[in-house]
Design a protein around this ligand. Structure first.
Ligand code: KG4
Ligand code: ZN
Length: 339
């Protein structure tokens, strides 16, 4: 994109339970970001209820849109293009985002750049740091636990992933077993902030062979069997330790095997204080976003959208029928189909 082509992007993220919008200028960088969390709605059910997510997105999107424009003294016609999370995620949530984006695209005659949610998480780190290629990217969120070798923009190789639950899912399901609220990661952290020097209970070690793979379901089963045996404080502490130890062990393996010099750790679980502490002990240059960019947000979506737009990859108003939200499209498939 040349300097004459100053563009303003509106990023739209509705893949799960957070409704988020952001404005990103190709000239000035991130302008503003706004988010409405639904955590208090889903808490009642101990987890996410997809139908409720999409209803909330429908209610929130226009309110957030006008609030974002108002507080930045902008009008809809100032937006040059849209950047939208199209996969993976809850299908109804993705469809609400896609309908909102399509409406704006028609009304304003502006293009839509499709973005993959995992890709957006990986690039969330670029909102604050410049990271040289190649780097390893650990994506640890509520739906994903994957390690990619990132060779360049749109050149991603998956080198390891979870065989069962995602790390965030392990926090969320574990918290319910421990009598704590959804979302589990922040609830576990808050609970532990009142204690010090807790006893460590030995959890089993997942993935004993030499694969670069994650598995959290055994830790959850051990937790379920232990709730009536050990004191709650020691169990909460040890469960978090077990999750973090497992992530660190597999990362060490990935670092050693690839010989890559830089690591980014992104996604909701990257907000975890204990994990952030332990990551600093790894023998690698490690980049972790600020907490607000670890969990779902639209700033990361607008950043990736701006990169992709500069390569001329977008759907014009006349191509909107090609916009195809998909609940479980992998990052590699997405890049093949579009990138
Ligand atoms: O990236 P994210 O906002 O949404 C997905 O794409 O899934 O991640 C949400 C997940 C939830 O499972 C939540 O429990 C976890 O991230 N999480 C945390 C923390 N904050 C959020 N896990 C551990 N410690 C935290 N501080
Ligand atoms: Zn996410």
């Amino acid at each position: 994109m040349s300097s004459e082509e100053k563009k303003l992007c509106l990023g739209i993220e509705t893949s799960c339970d957070d409704t988020a919008l952001a404005l990103y200028s190709s000239e000035k960088g991130l302008i503003d970001s706004i988010l409405s969390s639904q955590a208090n709605i889903h808490q009642i059910y101990n987890g996410i209820v997809p139908e409720l997510c999409s209803r909330e997105h429908t209610k929130n999107l226009y309110v957030l849109f006008y609030e974002l424009l108002k507080r930045n003294n902008l009008k809809p016609s100032d937006i040059d293009f849209l950047s939208l999370t199209v996969a993976p995620g809850l299908i109804l949530s993705l469809l609400v985002g896609a309908s909102f984006a399509s409406g704006l695209s028609y009304a304003l005659d502006i293009p839509i750049v499709p973005v993959h949610h995992i890709e957006a998480h990986i690039y969330s780190v670029f909102l604050e740091y410049h990271v040289e290629y190649p780097f390893l990217a650990l994506v640890v969120s509520g739906g994903h636990t994957e390690v990619y070798l990132v060779k360049d923009f749109e050149n991603y190789e998956l080198i390891g992933k979870t065989l069962d639950d995602a790390a965030g899912e392990a926090f969320d399901k574990g918290a319910v077993l421990l009598g704590l609220q959804y979302p589990g990661g922040p609830a576990i952290e808050k609970f532990l902030s009142s204690y010090e020097n807790l006893e460590t209970i030995d959890f089993p070690t997942p993935i004993k062979d030499d694969r670069i793979a994650f598995s959290f379901s055994g830790l959850k089963t051990f937790l379920r069997e232990s709730v009536n045996i050990y004191p709650k404080e020691a169990l909460v502490f040890s469960y978090q330790e077990a999750i973090v130890n497992h992530i660190i062990r597999i990362l060490q393996r990935a670092i050693k095997r690839t010989g890559v010099k830089r690591l980014v750790v992104v996604g909701g679980v990257a907000a975890n204080k204990r994990l952030r502490e332990r990551l600093q002990t790894l023998d690698i240059e490690c980049y972790i976003p600020s907490i607000k960019y670890c969990t779902d947000n639209a700033a990361m979506v607008s950043f990736v959208g701006t990169l992709r737009f500069s390569k001329g990859k977008y759907y014009k108003k006349s191509d909107l029928h090609k916009l195809n939200p998909q609940p479980s499209l992998s990052l590699e498939e997405f890049i093949k189909s579009f990138g």
